[in-house]
Write a protein that binds this ligand. Structure first.
Ligand code: NIG
Ligand code: FE
Length: 398
């Protein structure tokens, strides 16, 4: 049981509202010239460098900043194939309508387990190299009993935050037989997938003919809840719709996208701020040329927000939380502090986790080091790879 003291931390963003001696002006729980002691993968002590207790090993980070490891609470990493042509077409005016999901489903079904595992491993490593220490991974490019179950089995090799998204779209072979597909998702497919999943999700979107209606989404989520899965919803992505209302009504942990929100949606989210987090995915707005929601307005209204990548082959093939942070500040009116808290404590809350997203004694030792003297450089130096998860921090999001 070796302990390690990390010293030479010029600026430590803890996110801990109770940390004594910290600067709490922007809710960052910020300490200058700090140290952190880690033991058995957990944080044992946080405080001023001058008061650091002795430990078995010492690691000096050389005057860099340290922030909580990023919590990427929304990704679709289990897929094969390439859809860069779709991205290119969107940049010159083609609208996104979810039709390309079928392309990824075809490629994913055609890949071997080992090919998929290798692809997921590379994407998780890419995330970690950019400061992400916890990742949620959804299925949703298999859409058959076999392919959804193996997607989740492979995802579970990398994270405990696995999400069954059999209700991503109605696959081509079920065209015209939606009710049969919903029955499969809530029956045999759910039974095969639930052992590998913590969450269930549904793409509830009236603006896509392949996605699911409010009624269908309710059936899917209720079935998942009945077998003990937590609830998440893809909602309000392509236009105004019922996703937020449904998520709040069912007590989902998160409703994701929230690109198009009505005043009633915002009011509902504010009223449910302890239960349902609005997870914003600005990489998707970037990659689909959509308008960005105003995150500052949501915070001012009392909504709990999170930021995540939505890394997927269609609407955002970026695994970079620093990119998401930069977009959130530039395009969604958040301050740098608000954005950083949304991608750490906010996304931890959306996963109903209180052991990550904040640097405090007892939490997992998920630390991200910045090759910079202050967290502000995450935004100030946008596009420069300054963030990296600090080793030893554990096991890729478990
Ligand atoms: O989160 N909204 C639905 N699903 C994904 C994109 C799927 C795709 O186009 O491959 C999303 O944006
Ligand atoms: Fe998604």
């Amino acid at each position: 049981m070796t302990s390690t003291v990390f010293t030479g931390i010029a600026e430590l963003v803890t996110g801990d509202p109770l940390l004594e001696g910290a600067d709490h002006s922007e809710h960052l729980g910020l300490l200058k010239d700090a140290a952190v002691v880690v033991q058995d993968g957990l944080i044992a002590w946080v405080g001023p460098g001058a008061a650091a207790p002795p430990a078995d090993e010492r690691q000096d980070v050389g005057g860099r900043a340290v922030v909580p490891g990023f919590v990427d609470s929304h990704s679709h990493l289990v897929f094969a194939g390439d859809r860069s042509q779709e991205f290119s077409a969107r940049m010159t005016g083609t609208r996104y309508d979810a039709g390309g999901i079928a392309t990824s489903v075809g490629a994913t079904r055609g890949a071997t387990d080992d090919e998929l595992r290798t692809l997921v491993a590379a994407r998780v490593a890419e995330m970690r190299a950019q400061g992400t220490t916890t990742v949620e991974i959804k299925s949703g490019y298999g859409l058959s009993v076999r392919d959804e179950a193996r997607s989740l089995r492979i995802a579970a090799e990398f994270t405990s935050e696995t999400t069954f998204l059999g209700a991503h779209v109605v696959p081509p072979e079920f065209a015209g037989r939606r009710a049969e597909y919903v029955a499969l998702v809530t029956g045999e497919m759910l039974t095969a997938c639930a052992p590998f999943a913590r969450w269930i999700d549904v793409f509830c979107e009236p603006h896509s003919s392949q996605a699911f209606t409010e009624e269908e989404a309710k059936v899917v989520l209720s079935a998942g809840r009945d077998v003990g899965l937590g609830l998440r919803v893809h909602g309000n992505q392509l236009g105004h719709g019922p996703g937020v209302r449904l998520a709040v009504e069912l007590g989902a942990a998160s409703v994701d996208h929230c690109t198009f929100l009505s005043a009633e949606d915002v009011e509902q989210l504010a009223g449910a701020s302890e239960t349902t987090v609005a997870t914003l995915l600005p990489g998707v707005e970037f990659s689909t040329r959509s308008p960005y929601p105003n995150a500052r307005h949501l915070l001012d209204a009392g909504v709990s927000i999170a930021l995540a990548s939505d890394c997927n082959p269609g609407t955002c093939y970026s695994s970079s939380i620093p990119f998401v942070l930069a977009l959130a500040v530039r395009e969604m009116s958040l301050t740098p502090a608000q954005a950083l808290l949304a991608a750490t404590a906010g996304s931890a809350k959306s996963l109903r986790r209180n052991d990550i997203g904040m640097i405090c004694a007892g939490n997992r030792a998920d630390l991200t080091v910045l090759d910079a003297p202050t967290y502000l450089h995450l935004f100030y130096r946008a596009g420069v790879p300054i963030a990296c998860a600090l080793d030893p921090v554990g096991d890729h999001g478990r």
